[in-house]
Design a protein around this ligand. Structure first.
Ligand SMILES: *Cc1c(COP(=O)(O)O)cnc(C)c1O
Length: 370
């Protein structure tokens, strides 16, 4: 029998029969975009679910990131990580900002606070860290560095949907946090994103930038873009939100299975579980030490492909390897030894809410049967 393909992720989709009544309402009203009733309802539902003071929906995470940097009026240099999805740095480029890359910490693959400090110059205005795999950055240390040097902190929280530090949302760290609701993420609106802010004035300014800068029909105090989420995706998101807890629990079972069966395998390092933090099980990265494991990361990835198991090498290549960024002084591999080592060893295993026990057995068997 032909083996079924196991995908690294699959979108959480609302049951059609639950979505249909919403679509019928939208068709009836003919109000399909421009901040309608479902847009307002989803903003409030997500704000409450994530337990944050203010949330602004966006059409995707990259636009939200670019608007977050813009609304804070960031100029000059921004310290960021090479170990992320390329959109993180592209958002700087979209604002005419200069990325300065600092190395990551091997325990959590997030920006290393000591390396942030070393990268600060008189031109530095902000830090753009990423909660990679949904694992919290060293938010306290970063806050202290930002305070001492008067820098803004914008978190790329694209992976961190629903993650908490103790009883508090991780999305409250920094001046602004940005989410992505792309289909590959734990929670999605097909495409979408959001900015989390701390005060109503900032939210209002974010919402104006999202809609061409309009304050009123006749007043545009500041330029803006079009970052609006439409009613159809807002309805999809509202229904999807009812199912996200169940999906996260299913991911948790996948992570527990991998941990149980792979923890003792020589040459593999599993993701750190930090005490006091909830996880959303967005990714399951393993780090392969080729010598101890017996085969390299790329050899394992090829072997998985032959078995129709699709993994992803998040985050290889590093952002600093891409043409627009590789000539930047701080992109020199000698400046980023930890990021290079992690990028060369990482493989993200399939993790999503539809994986079966049989799928997981196949994944683990393929890894351990060398
Ligand atoms: C997905 C992602 C983004 C971009 O979000 P989109 O909604 O796809 O535009 C940004 N940063 C990181 C780390 C991501 O994983």
């Amino acid at each position: 029998m032909e083996k079924e393909q196991i995908n690294v992720t699959t979108p959480l989709m609302p049951p059609l029969e639950e979505l249909t009544p919403y679509l019928e309402e939208i068709w009836k009203s003919r109000h399909i975009t421009n901040e309608g009733v479902y847009h307002a309802a989803l903003e409030e539902a997500l704000r409450a679910y994530l337990d944050v003071p203010y949330l602004s929906l966006f059409t995707n995470g990259t636009t939200a990131l670019a608007c977050a940097l813009n609304v804070l009026g960031i100029t000059g240099e921004v310290i960021t990580t090479p170990y992320s999805f390329v959109a993180t740095t592209h958002a700087l480029w979209m604002n005419g900002l200069r990325p300065v890359f600092a190395d990551i910490h091997p325990a959590d693959q997030n920006l290393d606070p000591a390396k942030i400090e070393q990268a600060i110059t008189p031109e530095t205005n902000a830090i753009l860290p990423v909660h990679v795999y949904g694992h919290a950055c060293a938010t306290e240390e970063i806050r202290e560095i930002a305070r001492r040097h008067q820098l803004k902190v914008i978190y790329d929280a694209a992976h961190a949907f629903g993650v908490k530090q103790g009883s508090r949302s991780l999305l409250l760290a920094g001046d602004l946090s940005v989410l992505s609701f792309n289909a590959t993420k734990v929670y999605n609106t097909v495409e979408g994103g959001a900015i989390i802010s701390h005060d109503l004035d900032t939210k209002k300014r974010i919402d104006r930038i999202r809609s061409f800068g309009f304050e009123t029909e006749t007043n545009i105090p500041h330029p803006g873009t079009n970052g609006k989420l439409d009613e159809i995706r807002a309805a999809y998101g509202l229904v999807g939100l009812r199912h996200v807890d169940e999906a996260i629990r299913a991911r948790q079972r996948v992570a527990a299975y991998y941990r149980q069966h792979l923890d003792a395998v020589e040459g593999l390092t599993l993701p750190d579980t930090k005490e006091g933090y909830t996880s959303n099980y967005a990714y399951f990265p393993i780090f392969i030490d080729a010598e101890a494991f017996g085969i390299s990361r790329d050899q394992l990835n090829e072997k998985m492909k032959k078995e129709k198991i699709l993994c992803r090498r998040y985050f290889y290549p590093l952002i600093t390897a891409f043409a627009p960024y590789r000539e930047i002084v701080s992109a020199d591999p000698a400046n980023l030894p930890v990021a290079h080592r992690m990028a060369n060893g990482v493989l993200c295993l399939p993790i999503h809410h539809l994986l079966t026990e049989k799928d997981l057995e196949r994944v683990v068997h393929t890894i351990v049967s060398k």
